[in-house]
Design a protein around this ligand. Structure first.
Ligand SMILES: [Cu+2]
Length: 127
């Protein structure tokens, strides 16, 4: 009799465990910033199928060590900042950059993604 109760408790706990694993864990936001090396900040640029980046301008401070990361929310895009020699696309979607020259840099999509491709632009400001 006692064994049965233990078994049921164990089974219920297992089911609950599996339920929690399958339903809750994937929704947990991953704190990407926490995994960065010390002194490095994350600059995430999100591109979407409407041929836009998520911001019209991105700001960093001179001397900042930044992990620049492009995330394609939908569609296939790239991120190029020609004046800084940055070209993110395909297998290479992130790069560590030290911005040591203040200025305004044009950034644009690096992958011919469709009709709005040529308008897919944004600005990076190094203060
Ligand atoms: Cu494009």
């Amino acid at each position: 009799m006692h064994k049965w109760i233990m078994f049921i408790v164990f089974a219920a706990a297992s089911v609950l465990g599996v339920y929690l694993l399958t339903t809750q864990l994937p929704e947990k936001p991953v704190d990407e910033a926490a995994s960065l090396p010390p002194g490095v900040t994350l600059l995430k640029v999100e591109a979407s199928a409407d041929f836009v980046f998520d911001k019209e301008e991105y700001k960093v401070k001179k001397g900042d060590k930044v992990k620049l990361k492009l995330v394609n929310k939908s569609g296939v895009h790239g991120l190029a900042i020609p004046d800084l020699g940055i070209d993110l696309q395909g297998d290479k979607m992130e790069q560590e950059v030290v911005f040591d020259k203040p200025g305004k840099y044009e950034m644009h999509c690096a992958v011919a993604c469709g009709t709005g491709h040529l308008d897919m632009k944004s600005v990076l400001i190094v203060e």
